[in-house]
Design a protein around this ligand. Sequence first.
Ligand SMILES: O=C(O)CCC(=O)C(=O)O
Length: 300
Amino acid sequence: MNTTELNNIQSLKNQMDSEGYCIVHDLIPPDIITQMHQRIDSQASAEKQLEVTTQDQVQTDGDKNQWVYMLINKGLIFQKLFENEVAHEIVEHVLGPHFLLSDFSATITHPGNGQMGLHKDQWWFPEPRMPAEPHQRCGSIDRSNVSKGLPCVAKSPINPPVICNVLWMISDFTVDNGGTRIVPGSHLSGTNPEPHGNYKTINSTGRAGSAVIFEGRTWHSADLNTSNASRYGITTYYGAPQFRQMLNFTYGMKQEVTNNLSSKSRALLGFKPWGGYGATGDQHAESIVQGDDQIGELGD
Ligand SMILES: O=C(O)CCC(=O)C(=O)O
């Protein structure tokens, strides 16, 4: 089967609606994947050696899941991922035509890793309440005080997805090396999992160059890597434009990287205001202007 036959976009969109995830196969050619694999490997080893690695926030056991954050600064080769049009088509189906890249990081599970807790990516989104109930204080939500429940279809209103995560497989994802576990259908539950609860999960598997896409309400985590090789993934995590991005690209990107981006990429990374939000002056600007280039105090 060729890539187009494998990736019937309409049935992938249907699966996003019914199960909260889908897998797109063989989108990135092997030579590009090899270059990305080498770049992450070398970056991850160097970060480890310099002791500048960052732990993921949801892992509870062991230290063998390594993240390489802010990939945008760590190799031009990675830019091919967050602009991928097939991925964007699915993301647009979930979020609508306007969205931002919110996180762009590598996720590596080394053999013998600890079990990452199940979670949903938009755990921080306040839940609907009946009018007589006190509302959730948005600024008081943290991972420890979110609601927990079962992955069954909710009987009261639930929030829409505001996140869509496209997790690229930079090595083959298999059951043995901990291909992302997912609880199909959990996106309609309106609640969060017990991180180490016992739920029926599936492993996302595919060849390197494929991607598992799951929306912000779908319960998931990296799984145990019981193979003898590390599993490499890259998360391109998109969010609705009215929410703060997980990574602050406009502040954290290196100047030479920023200067070389297309206007489409700049918009994706948050350089374009949306509905006035994110503006640094002109609310309709194609691209925001940094402080030093802004109009300051004028006149007397
Ligand atoms: O590495 C994985 O398989 C899952 C990563 C994850 O849980 C996430 O990006 O939120």
